[in-house]
Design a protein around this ligand. Structure first.
Ligand code: ZN
Length: 138
């Protein structure tokens, strides 16, 4: 079995954002040379997510509205986590959207459903965060 690992940096200029990183992951898969296996992608950070869904602008706004209803950023005083920080909501949003995504690798390609795209979800942006890609297989 072979394995491949790489990290890249994400810096979303706003507090929250949803970025399609599918082509970034495809590039890593190509570099790995792995044809059959599994590809894991996760942020190395507790206030961001990697998730898979449709790249449709209405849906991205729906996610944001929904997450703001579940865990509104303001008032920041509502979260015990806040004090030194103001990102209590971002930890909760990350939990809902998940930590990582795993995609099957078949024939050297990401074996995604028709409308499936890999997204980086940022909930406390305006700074660099590392994202890990790990691919195992043959
Ligand atoms: Zn925090």
């Amino acid at each position: 079995m072979r394995s491949y690992r790489e990290e890249f940096l994400m810096k979303v200029p706003s507090r929250r954002g949803y970025v399609n990183i599918t082509s970034r992951v495809e590039k890593a898969l190509k570099k790995s040379g792995i044809k059959e296996g599994l590809c894991l992608v996760n942020p190395m950070h507790i206030t961001a997510s990697v998730y898979i869904n449709d790249d449709e602008s209405g849906l991205l706004q729906d996610y944001d509205d929904w997450l703001e209803k579940l865990a509104p950023h303001e008032p920041v005083s509502q979260y015990r986590h806040n004090g030194f920080e103001d990102n209590g909501d971002a930890h909760l949003k990350r939990q809902v959207m998940g930590r990582e995504s795993v995609v099957a690798v078949t024939g050297g390609r990401l074996d995604l459903g028709t409308w499936e795209r890999i997204f980086y979800g940022e909930f406390d942006g305006r700074r660099e965060k590392r994202v890990l890609i790990k691919i195992i297989g043959e």
